[in-house]
Design a protein around this ligand. Sequence first.
Ligand code: LLP
Length: 403
Amino acid sequence: MNKEYLISLEQKYGSPLYVYDAEKIISQYKRLENAFSGVNNLKINYATKALSNISILKLIKSLNGNLDCVSIQEVQLGLEAGFTPDQLCFTPSGVSMTELDHAVSLGAKITLDSLSVLEEFGSKYPNIPVSIRINPHIMAGGNKKISVGHVSSKFGISKEHMPDVLEIIKQTGTRIDGVHMHTGSDILDIDVFVRGAEVLFEIARNFNDLDFIDFGGGFKVAYKEEDPSTDIEEFGKIMSDRFNEFCKDYGKDLAIEFEPGKLLVSECGYFLAKVNVVKPNTNTIFAGIDSGLNHLLRPMYYDAYHHIDNISNPLGNEKKYTVVGYICETDTFAKHRPIAEIRQGDVLSFKNAGAYCFSMASNYNSRCRPAEVMVYKNKDYLIRERETFDDLLKHQIEVNLDL
Ligand code: LLP
């Protein structure tokens, strides 16, 4: 998105601000769809958690996507956005039976990820088919926190526990309608996905009446210009052939499902923040912005790289800045990063601010969360108002203790 336009949005809506380019989401969605044009039944279940604004969900709906939901609230958001219950795939981990009951009452499709829950759920709802999330014992992902398919991960039913699964479904009469996995996020290598797929194919052969296989999300996108990203087109070719071959062997045309988050929404997002202070210290020039880890946690939590442009002074001489937030603990967005000269009042733009940015924001330090704007065909739409002080107070109850 061009810098002048971003500046005009900051002037119109204030700072800090999240801006999403709807056309980028559409093109990424179509890219994945085209890559799998060789299969009969592709389902794209957008990982709601990446960016859950209802207008973004509606956009996914108009592209004919489904939603992958990990909380009952994400299921409810999906219904609000107009999805039908069968378009909502509820794939939680470690939730209570009460939450599963709720999902059943709303009609969402359910994926279970532990043996005990499979048993309890199956005894309670023998007529509701479910899918199971498999832990394929594969270590993959951009960092440890987001690697979730390895043997020590809390997620999924170990691929080695199939005899137990079979015993449980024999007892309860549950039909397994799908098998599922999600190995991690930020995975570059096609090989990792294919290896995971082979594990799932093996598992799938245990069940004779599946409707789908869900291979999760996790595709890597570029955060730096020179970063490699998952070759979706190549993956589509290899995986479609292998999937079609499996279906032929299995004797049924199954749906192939994916749950991309970052692939669809990471690159659509820009986070705009204003520089409050430029502070040269002994060996570092700090640029302090009107935001912090409360609004964009990824750099602090994962050491994630987000490219930063000074859109107020793009032609300024580059200097090395350490960009920091206003939170009362260390919240560094970038260390000694070459950026066009920064002056007080300049607006910085952070790239890749679509996935896991607003959705991981908080009110830490009693700060309000930013507004969100969606842009489509050069028109901007406010899709979330900036929070106000009243929002911070909204659910608090004042108690005056009589001391
Ligand atoms: N499916 C399941 C079951 C998931 O748990 C996730 C992400 C996805 C799909 C989508 O993964 P993606 O395509 O976006 O990589 N907050 C971290 C990422 C955590 C991902 C959690 N699960 C980050 O900002 O890097």
